[in-house]
Design a protein around this ligand. Structure first.
Ligand code: ADP
Length: 406
């Protein structure tokens, strides 16, 4: 607009100069030439002006576009990541929060001071320090409600060149699951060592007795050697089960890819458990169709599953005298195998924990029956790899039914 106005002023000035030249006696042609030259000079000048003013305006708008663009990229990244993140100003008040933060901590009003949501002195001191020093920091922080969670909270400056104000990010990495796995692992190591230490202590005790008080007593030595062999066998059963579990863990993500007919598998398990069943005076009855019942699986692992279930039914349901195994094809592509005993049953509070490692309803009962407490944990691992489920139904004094559904 100003450029247009100034153009008219220049034109008027050129006309005045030419008129003055004409009035002062110059030739009309000369005045005309003077007028044309003035107009040309004005046009060139205004062109120069336009050219010199254009880059300044463009640079300004490019910078503004860049800042806006960077802001948009930051916002898009914050929206996309699943880590809860809050954006704070230098006053430690909230400027923004991403959807993950909203999900984890609720929607907070922009402008709210961060201490209104996180009262922990650790978090607040850290934010304060990052704002004062412009250096990133992190601490561990736990929240009790609505459920116990542990986070690594990190505060870091967010530099966007040309932005209106300094911004800071407060991010929360949830490590509750890692902590739980850590705890499980250390519990497992403690349990496994304890299970191994018990027979080891017993072996050492017998060796010492045989070297000392029972040195010249062959009868006592004979008795002790029998117990020692039992303890050594117990240790090897435990080591075998532990190795079995760790092998299964290694291939947990690989789904089995062979077709296995369950009818001969279960027949084989019944045959291999026949001596135990006879010893316990239990009859294993099979109820299976004539035709093949195939599932996608690993034969050896399926043998291990049904060996564990049928052996448990014989051992813990011994007083029921019979164990029934049903193989069914209920349709819809599913296959079910149920192992039913008619023993004392399992109190309902124990049922959800049976597949935990080393979990037993009665430790002495399990030990006296040569149990390791790992059988059902192994079963669960194998079934998970087979995308199959284990369903347990039990009634006190009636018996227990373990069903595998493929
Ligand atoms: P274990 O080596 O002790 O047999 P498992 O993991 O196979 O370990 O089983 C865990 C516990 O579940 C057993 O100690 C036992 O208390 C209980 N249990 C398993 N099967 C039965 C069953 N058929 N009847 C009653 N209790 C059972």
């Amino acid at each position: 607009m100003w450029r247009m106005v100034s153009g008219w002023i220049y034109l008027a000035a050129a006309a005045l100069v030419s008129l003055a030249a004409y009035l002062s006696g110059a030739q009309p042609a000369f005045a005309g030439i003077l007028f044309a030259l003035s107009v040309l000079a004005i046009l060139l000048r205004s062109g120069e002006e336009t050219q010199s003013s254009r880059p300044a305006v463009a640079a300004e708008s490019v910078a503004a576009e860049e800042v806006e663009g960077t802001g948009q990229v930051v916002a898009a990244v914050l929206n996309a990541i699943d880590l809860p993140v809050f954006v704070l100003g230098r006053d430690a008040a909230l400027r923004d929060q991403n959807p993950a933060a909203e999900k984890a901590f609720g929607a907070l009003e922009p402008g709210l001071h961060i201490s209104a949501r996180f009262r922990s002195p650790g978090v607040l001191d850290m934010v304060r320090e990052t704002i004062a020093t412009d250096e990133p920091n992190q601490i561990e922080h736990s929240e009790r409600l609505p459920s116990e969670r542990v986070y690594i909270v990190r505060s870091s400056p967010l530099h966007i060149e040309g932005a209106k104000e300094d911004l800071f990010l407060l991010s929360f990495k949830d490590i509750s699951e890692l902590r739980r796995i850590d705890r499980m692992r250390s519990d497992f190591v403690a349990n496994a060592s304890h299970e191994l230490r018990t027979p080891l202590a017993s072996l050492r005790g017998f060796i010492e007795t045989m070297q000392g008080p029972a040195r010249g007593d062959p009868k006592a030595q004979e008795r002790f050697l029998t117990i020692m062999l039992e303890q050594a066998n117990r240790m090897s059963r435990l080591v075998d089960d532990l190795l079995s579990l760790s092998r299964l863990e290694l291939k947990a993500h690989l789904a089995p890819d062979q077709m296995v007919d369950l009818v001969p598998v279960i027949g084989h398990v019944r045959d291999s458990l026949a001596p135990l069943a006879a010893e316990l005076d239990v009859e294993i009855r099979l109820h299976m169709p004539q035709e093949k019942v195939e599932v996608l699986g690993d034969r050896d692992e399926l043998v291990q599953v049904f060996e564990n279930l049928i052996e448990n039914a014989c051992k813990y349901g011994q007083e029921g005298k019979t164990v029934d195994v049903h193989v069914r094809n209920p349709g819809g592509g599913s296959v079910e195998v149920s192992v039913i005993d008619h023993g004392p049953g399992i109190p309902s509070e124990h049922v959800p924990r049976l597949t935990e490692r080393f979990y037993r309803v009665s430790v002495t009962d399990s030990r006296s029956k040569k149990g390791t407490g790992l059988g059902l944990a192994i079963v669960k691992h194998i079934l998970t790899r087979h995308r199959a489920r284990l369903i347990v139904k039990s009634e006190i004094d009636q018996g227990t039914e373990f069903t595998v559904r493929f």
